[in-house]
Design a protein around this ligand. Structure first.
Ligand SMILES: *Cc1c(COP(=O)(O)O)cnc(C)c1O
Length: 383
């Protein structure tokens, strides 16, 4: 069993994927071009934004967004303390200062009340300019975007939605990648919509930013590639990846998204009386980048993971270290006197979370095995 079985997906989609790959090989166009433009239009239509600008990775998508806003030294960018490293890395790489915001224990996403507190502390401290908020749709579930956006805008800041794991998620009728002033997603193979290498995209309704993004991903091109009006990146999507994504997008829309939600329902039914399972409200819809349970404490979590391993069931701790405890952020450069890091929920979650196998091609037998093993593991270790 695998946490996310991409080979099984390939077996199912093989004829279409092989044809798409060979088609690109024969086409003579390998970077950007028609294939990529077609995908960008499709993805923008799907998430409900005016523009989609693809690029070389989810990390680059975040960087390109920050470059578009000219984020830099002296700027405070608020980032959840419990996320993949790239969400904060891009901020520090731009010379700005990431300010870590605690998350909600139940949703794993940014806590609006703590965001307000951290903004006030930065304003009071007065050394950094509050400039932007990066809210992450962790594990496939959109963060509380309406509330976060209101706080962000009321303080004159921009909202960047890090939807690297969120593609396909929804709040009410609105899709992930459409909540931020800009949104970034990733097509890393294991993400909800993954390609066969690295890839990413930025989404926005803002035409001016869309044009800037197109320039920034291509060495700051002006009228053409050899007329450079600003400094940019070499960050483009390959036609091969776009062709794979077209095929995978069909599967994603037709069956995969429903399928992972059916798996999540079965996990919930089978496990919610023994562990804390993700609990979604009526208007929340997840694309289940991960199915993450919470255990009583670190010791129960570690013993369960060990037990699952013996039973041949893979599980992973996303994430074992909150951002403010990552070695690189121990550097004085990222320490401002106030606010203190103060993210107790993120610290607790790093001890208690465990992600179980989750993908659209899990069999009924595998789902049953996971449920039985978790229940057994809890019983055996609950003393
Ligand atoms: C994966 C991920 C990224 C980075 O995406 P890459 O395509 O791997 O560069 C950024 N943020 C979050 C939350 C992620 O999970």
């Amino acid at each position: 069993m695998q946490l996310r079985d991409l080979q099984r997906q390939y077996e199912v989609l093989k004829p279409a994927i092989d044809e798409a790959l060979l088609g690109v090989a024969a086409s003579g166009g390998y970077i950007l071009g028609e294939t990529v433009a077609h995908l960008e239009h499709r993805l923008a239509r799907y998430v409900g934004t005016q523009h989609c600008i693809s690029c070389a990775s989810g990390t680059d998508a975040l960087s390109l967004a920050l470059m578009t806003w000219n984020v830099g030294k002296g700027d405070a960018v608020f980032v959840p303390d419990f996320t993949f490293f790239a969400s904060a890395e891009v901020v520090a790489l731009r010379g700005a200062t990431p300010i870590f915001v605690d998350v909600e224990r139940e949703s794993f996403n940014m806590d609006v009340e703590d965001l307000k507190r951290k903004i006030e502390q930065v304003e009071h401290d007065a050394r950094l300019r509050p400039y932007a908020v990066i809210a992450v749709d962790l594990f496939g579930l959109p963060a509380n975007m309406p509330a976060i956006k209101e706080v962000t805008h009321s303080h004159g800041m921009y909202l960047l939605e890090d939807a690297a794991q969120g593609f396909g998620g929804r709040l009410g009728g609105r899709k992930a990648c459409s909540f931020g002033d800009m949104a970034a997603t990733s097509f890393f193979p294991a993400k909800p919509l993954g390609c066969y290498g690295d890839g990413g995209a930025v989404f926005t309704d803002n035409e001016e930013w869309a044009l800037l993004l197109q320039s920034l991903r291509l060495h700051g091109k002006g009228e053409d590639k050899y007329h450079n009006v600003r400094l940019g990146l070499n960050s483009r999507l390959d036609a091969l990846q776009a062709a794979v994504l077209e095929v995978k997008m069909d599967a994603f829309e037709n069956s995969e998204l429903q399928r992972v939600n059916a798996v999540a329902e079965q996990y919930h039914e089978g496990l919610h009386d023994v562990v804390a399972c993700p609990q979604l409200s009526e208007d929340q819809y997840s694309s289940w980048a991960q199915y993450t349970i919470r255990l009583k404490d670190g010791s129960q979590r570690d013993r369960l993971q060990q037990f699952l391993k013996i039973k041949g069931i893979p599980s992973v701790v996303y994430y074992a270290l909150p951002m403010h405890l990552q070695p690189v952020f121990q550097n004085e450069k990222y320490k401002i006197d106030t606010p203190p890091a103060g993210c107790p929920n993120a610290e607790e979650l790093s001890q208690t979370v465990l992600s179980l196998p989750m993908h659209p091609y899990l069999t009924q037998e595998e789902i049953r095995q996971v449920i039985v093993a978790v229940r057994e593991g809890i019983k055996e270790n609950d003393f």
